[in-house]
Design a protein around this ligand. Structure first.
Ligand SMILES: Cc1cc2nc3c(=O)[nH]c(=O)nc-3n(C[C@H](O)[C@H](O)[C@H](O)COP(=O)(O)O)c2cc1C
Length: 245
């Protein structure tokens, strides 16, 4: 083997030692401490934000609920929240109470300026085209009928399903929708149901919006299921709600 290049110059081979790569020692303890600290700070921030905004969120919720009730019962000036219990009685829901007892049905008693019962409002939910349609409806004991509806939440198609809040003919279904009970007060006398546009024959039926029958049916099911659960418990106790407590 020659150590001369093609130019005749002597080539001195350069031998370098491979650089030593420092392998970092995993600081497991330090990492765990740092992660623990970050988690604790994040937890504190989340809990602090939740507690700091809890009262404001509850107050906003209350205002939104009141607005929804006042919309379906225009004579109402104040509301009180109740639950119709599974056992048959009705109980007032206090300001701080968030949990409804198992099997209970929540409702609102609405009072006029003089403190006289202006009607009952309750929520109901039915499956629509895109998602659940959540509504509030107003109930008048005098006529045993639904006298107004409002939408609490829905994700129906704009221009199609959302006509349930704009279509005057559809809303006319709820000037006196029949939800009377059977003579023994055990259940609704008739199932509340949306029927194809133009085929309504009974006062308990809802004339659906043409092209939005699915959303219309969701409203019918929401009222039917809620009224079916609430009214047999509520109607026998209506006397106790006649005046604001
Ligand atoms: C893109 C799209 C969105 C629709 N959105 C709704 C809706 O929000 N609510 C509804 O009832 N029907 C909706 N429909 C119509 C239903 O598919 C169906 O045709 C209608 O509810 C049936 O009512 P009809 O028998 O009166 O036509 C939608 C249809 C399409 C193609």
């Amino acid at each position: 083997m020659s150590d001369q290049s093609s130019t005749g110059k002597k080539v001195i081979p350069i031998v370098t030692a491979a650089p030593e790569i420092a392998v970092p020692v995993s600081p497991t303890g330090a990492m765990i401490r740092t992660l623990g600290l970050v988690s604790a700070i994040c937890g504190l921030i989340i809990v602090g934000a939740y507690q700091g905004t809890y009262d404001a969120v509850a107050a906003n919720k209350r205002i939104a609920t009141e607005r929804a009730v006042f919309k379906v019962l225009p004579k109402a000036k104040s509301i009180e929240e109740f639950v119709a219990q599974a056992g048959g009685g009705i109980a007032r829901v206090g300001a701080g109470d968030t949990a409804i007892p198992p099997g209970g049905v929540k409702f609102f008693a609405a009072y006029d300026e003089a403190g006289k019962l202006a009607g009952i409002a309750a929520e109901g939910v039915g499956k629509g085209y895109a998602d659940n349609v959540r509504i509030m409806f107003g109930y008048q004991p005098d006529c045993q009928c639904v006298v107004g509806i409002g939408v609490v939440a829905m994700r129906e198609t704009p221009g199609i399903g959302d006509k349930i809040i704009t279509d005057k003919d559809f809303l006319a279904n709820f000037t006196a929708l029949d939800v009377k009970l059977k003579a023994d007060l055990s259940a609704l006398a008739n199932e509340v149901k949306a029927v194809k546009h133009g085929t309504k024959t009974g006062a308990w039926q809802i004339d659906a919006i043409a092209g939005a029958t699915i959303t219309s049916r969701a409203v019918g099911k929401a009222i039917n299921d809620s009224a079916q659960a609430l009214l047999p418990r509520l109607v026998p106790k209506l006397d106790t709600l006649a005046k604001k407590s």
